[in-house]
Design a protein. Sequence first.
Length: 299
Amino acid sequence: MIAIQSISKTFGDVQSLDKVTARIGEGSIFGLIGSNGSGKSTLLRVMAGILRPDTGEVKYDGIPVWDRPDVKERIFYISDDQFFLPGSDIEENAKFLSSLYPRYNVAEALQLARMFNLPEKRKIQSFSKGMQKQTAILLGLAAHPDWLFCDETFDGLDPVMREMVKKLFAREVAERKMTAVIASHSLRELEDICDHIGLLHKGGILFESDIDELKSQLHTVQAGFEKLPERIRCEGLHFVRITGRGNFITAVVGGEEEAVRAYFSSLSPLYFELIPLTLEEIFIAEMEARGYDSGSFLE
């Protein structure tokens, strides 16, 4: 369990994090979404014990991370700006990391390099951005961390590599109960891999939730009528948005699926259908329900 307790961090006059509090369970993949400048990278660095917060603390299974090498050796942080030993290849970096991480497996790092079709003996500085991102990922996985933090992990990867990385993450979570926290500004990248998500905005978490729970409580309904009902509202259901053209409406409705189906059936429609929402649509609806302009979060 990762417990983030009232974390604040400023840089000069800039408030990067403002009393951030969250809990992340073992064996989960947590998506940290937020626009550029929202504090995602700062929060990951605080969680990894790289930056010391001005207030608050981060604990792993009850143990604070700051100034605790025994905790940090179980954490691997993949930065958006990768660092490798100057003039080095993959094997040299793997051997160096094996001196820092007790569970590091150099042979596994080289095996993953072959899986990614990366040249083991070529200098990493000559790699493309995407190849360097792949290298950082495989070096991190070979450390067998309990907690893996990834900053814009999929940026620079082609679609095939993205799917390969997602499968590797899912395998580590399933087999070793690894916990991954993936920061991104792209909801589409997180939708098919994360089971929990948190929204960071202006240094604070606006909400966090289980993705399946979000999807089970919010629905898009399309319905056609011979004559539109005078009022389409119902106690116990939350209508986030209703749009219509002629006798056809589209509504985003919050509530249990059975209750939504029962209500629209009671209106005697000629046709109606519940359509699954994408994570981005759910996000927009949640932001609108909280009175925020969702467009600014997705830029």
